[in-house]
Design a protein around this ligand. Structure first.
Ligand code: EZ4
Ligand code: CO
Length: 412
């Protein structure tokens, strides 16, 4: 079962996706997601120019060995581009192993630890009325946990606010929030931390009054706060019982979360931009977080994310895998298989892809009554239609960035 062919497929149905497709000499195929939002072509080159030539002729059964070979033989370790490329190879090899065994990947990982994965969706509104509508819309769709992002008075355009509240009816595009904008330059958004910190608790109070105490609510601060500001936000949100508060600080400096932890019992989630266990070493060992936000796609694949989550499990820290639309259906399927198998699953982020994306990627995972299940097809259960993919060439797109009122660049 040697790798005979390795193709890197770039397609842009509703947004850009990079997919690695491996084919073995006995005709099995495997897919891996290598999408790095806004920097897609760097991973394409890493794979095409430096990884594909090394894969041809290798034994596709040797997943761990291939992981170690790609990680260590590059010498230059870690980083989002490298780890997305390794993730794609790793995921494709798990897909192949599942097909060779005639089993879904979650069975190879130890079998199901639960019936399905609780998934949360993204509600948002510039005003409270829009936000309440958006939450109702998500509940009507079947979501049983909701991320709440709100506009802030005085700020024109900020992270997490959908410009298309009635997305399904208008466009046939199901996802409600897409920060990456097609174009040759990133869009500029604005930010003011004091206004944000004043406004957000009032919004959560109103949402709790409207929807009651049961509904799990989440919020993403998207790396914008200093530790003391983050501590204040966590404290001020305690009465509203958040499921988690995400990315309160940039946390390249893991130690920053010590101060936040000393001041608040609001659960903390972090890690969508982390890419190895080393990024988590201190926050896990010191129990500075409650949820690991990494995606299979950005963290070296199923093999490496499982190691991070096993380490986290020793500290009662659970999974909260990243699942925005920039994770392709292949990356989502990998997350759902892993989440079904591990004991320390927490919650899964799930934004639905657009209808064109679903035509390019035929997927067997299901979302029913608020829960995801990977299905029981051998492997990951996702196939890529090359003809459909070929209709949508890569389109340049960038994530936005922030400036403060005085013109200073701020974390987005
Ligand atoms: O901004 O995936 O929790 N989810 C997020 C996402 C990220 C995008 C960046 O590509 O923070 O919306
Ligand atoms: Co986030």
């Amino acid at each position: 079962m040697n790798i005979d062919k390795a193709e890197v497929i770039v397609t842009s149905p509703d947004r850009n996706f990079v997919t690695l497709k491996l084919t073995t000499d006995d005709g099995l195929t495997g897919l891996g997601d290598a999408t790095l939002n806004g920097r897609e072509l760097a991973v394409v080159s890493y794979l095409r120019d430096h990884v594909v030539p090394l894969l041809l002729g290798r034994d596709a059964a040797r997943i761990e060995d291939t992981w170690q070979f790609l990680y260590r033989s590059a010498y230059w370790r870690r980083g989002p581009v490298t780890m997305a490329a390794i993730a794609a190879v790793d995921t494709a090899l798990w897909d192949i192993k599942g097909k060779a065994a005639g089993m879904p990947v979650y069975q190879l990982l130890g079998g199901a630890s639960r019936n399905g994965l609780l998934a949360y969706g993204h509600a948002s509104g510039t005003t409270l009325d829009e936000l309440v509508d958006s939450i109702q819309h998500h509940l009507a769709q079947g979501y049983r946990a909701i991320r709440v992002q709100t506009g802030v008075p005085g700020l024109k355009s900020i992270y997490g606010i959908s410009s298309n509240a009635t997305f399904e009816a208008n466009s046939g595009v199901r996802y409600d929030y897409e920060p990456a904008q097609r174009g040759v330059r990133p869009k500029e958004e604005d930010w003011d931390t004091r206004s944000y910190l004043r406004h957000v608790p009032a919004v959560f109070e109103a949402v709790r009054n409207e929807f009651g105490p049961e509904l799990p609510l989440l919020h993403d601060a998207h790396h914008r706060l200093t530790p003391i500001q983050a501590a204040r936000l966590g404290k001020s949100l305690e009465p509203y019982d958040l499921f988690w508060l995400e990315d309160v600080t940039p946390a390249e400096n893991q130690e920053a979360l010590r101060l936040v932890r000393q001041h608040t019992t609001t659960p903390l989630a972090i890690g969508e931009i982390f890419n190895t266990v080393w990024d988590y070493q201190q926050v896990i060992r010191e129990q500075l977080i409650d949820y690991v936000r990494s995606a299979v796609t950005h963290t070296g694949g199923i093999t490496h994310l499982k190691k991070i989550l096993d380490y986290a499990s020793q500290y009662q820290i659970k999974s909260g895998m990243h699942g925005p639309t920039d994770i392709s259906p292949v990356g989502m399927a990998a997350a759902v298989h892993l989440g079904l198998a591990i004991h320390n699953f927490g919650i899964q982020e799930y934004m639905q892809h657009g209808t064109k994306t679903d035509q390019v990627f035929q997927q067997s995972f299901t979302w029913k009554d608020g829960f995801l299940h990977p299905g029981d097809q051998p492997g990951l259960g996702v196939e890529l239609d090359l003809d459909e993919a070929g209709k949508y060439p890569y389109t340049q797109a960038y994530l936005p960035y922030n400036r403060l009122a005085d013109g200073t660049v701020h974390d987005w």
